[in-house]
Design a protein around this ligand. Structure first.
Ligand code: PLP
Length: 384
């Protein structure tokens, strides 16, 4: 029997998952670890959404749906983007998948030929390189710096364009940096896609978690060459329900649908119905988003202040629920620093290595204020 495919042998386990596994292992051994590793809200979903899931079961909405998602959910998504973002999509320009993750994978599979390049500002979310490589493409990183608030420089993006460039991918608010890109910057980068005939992929999963600055829906510039990637996980606290969606030109969305139809078919039917209610009950959902945003903001401020006071320089992020802390004071190697924090301070963080952020660790503050304060005390103890 021959071995595994080169494709799989080349695939790396995500460091977020790897560090989470270490945290769980210590917890199982009875150690009281504060996990700041995972990228998921600690809030329960809003009650009206939980009730909608029960209603879906009562109504018997438990069968296969259209592979690309129910018409009702796609209409609700179209209405959301029209209402909140001023975008105009027909239901046939929308695909519902099992998380934003699957939307992105569908897109890379539908767009990339072997060797095609996708430009992504770094630090970036760990799954982008893995997914792009699985689809045969190459991620071309354009570094950003803490000094510049991790906002990409359009000139550096322009310089990274080659004849093999197929797409530029932007993620604002950003995981892992929390940066929210200003309008002037995203406009210039969007113009590059028009000038060089490229795709623009915009990952907007953290749209509703913005504290300072303004969220800019990137599809407003060149919708005919833009794929908007969104989902219910972050802003609606529905991570485990696995609902994401993509909105874009008909031909691309159809191609992504053809792939999904052969691989997974529809996303979970009950979760589709609950997401439809989350989007349509806009007042209740907006109140939930405002409440959770206020809680994240309070935590962000405590964490950023605390880390800076401890000599771990940490810029103030404008969105999402992550900070990037410079861990040089603990160890020059961010992996050693992360292991030291875990084993000696019992604080779980993710080293920056796989985000292309050497010297940094990502800390998620989607955990209670009490946990954040205890984590800071522990780091202080370690440094003392
Ligand atoms: N994009 C970014 C930047 C993320 O951080 C995540 C999740 O961590 C996703 C996409 C995918 O989220 P999901 O598949 O839960 O919709």
């Amino acid at each position: 029997m021959s071995g595994l495919s080169q494709r799989i042998l080349g695939l790396k386990v995500s460091s977020t998952i790897a560090f989470n596994a270490k945290v769980l292992e210590l917890k199982r051994a009875g150690v009281d670890v504060i996990a700041m590793t995972a990228g998921e809200p600690d809030f329960q979903p809003p009650p009206h959404v939980l009730e909608a899931a029960n209603e879906a079961i009562r109504l018997g909405l438990t069968k296969y749906t259209a592979s690309e998602g129910t018409r009702e959910l796609r209409d609700a998504i179209a209405a959301k983007h029209a209402r909140e973002n001023g975008l105009d999509y027909g239901a046939d320009q929308i695909i519902v998948s099992s998380g934003g993750k699957q939307v992105l994978y569908n897109a890379f599979m539908a767009l990339l030929e072997p060797g095609d390049e996708v430009i992504v500002p770094s630090p970036y979310w760990v799954s982008y390189p893995a997914q792009i490589e699985l689809a045969g493409g190459v991620l071309v990183a354009v570094p950003t710096s803490a000094d510049q608030g991790f906002v990409p420089d359009p000139e550096l993006v322009a310089r990274a364009i080659t004849p093999r460039t197929k797409a530029i991918l932007l993620n604002s608010p950003n995981n892992p940096t929390g940066a929210v890109y200003p309008e002037s910057v995203v406009r210039q980068i969007a113009d590059l896609t028009e000038l060089h005939d490229l795709w623009l992929i915009t990952d907007e999963l953290y749209e509703h978690i913005v504290y300072d600055g303004e969220f800019v829906p990137l599809a407003r510039y060149y919708p005919e060459r833009t794929l908007l990637v969104h989902g219910a996980s972050k802003g609606y606290a529905l991570t485990g329900w696995r609902i994401g969606w993509g909105c874009g030109p008909l031909a691309l969305v159809k191609a992504m649908g053809a792939l999904q139809g052969q691989v997974t078919s529809n996303a979970n039917a009950v979760a589709q119905y609950a997401t439809q209610v989350a989007l349509n009950e806009q007042e209740l959902t907006a109140a939930f988003q405002a409440r959770t945003r206020a809680a994240y903001l309070e935590r962000r401020d405590v964490l950023v202040r605390g880390l800076n006071e401890l000599g771990l320089p940490t810029p103030t992020p404008q969105g999402a629920f992550y900070v990037m802390a410079d861990t040089g004071r603990i160890d020059a190697d961010e992996n050693v620093a992360a292991i030291t924090l875990l084993e000696r301070a019992h604080v779980g963080v993710v080293p920056g290595t796989d985000f292309a952020a050497p010297g940094f660790a990502r800390l998620s503050y989607a955990c209670s204020l009490e946990h954040i304060e205890t984590a800071l005390e522990r780091v202080e103890g370690l440094l003392a």
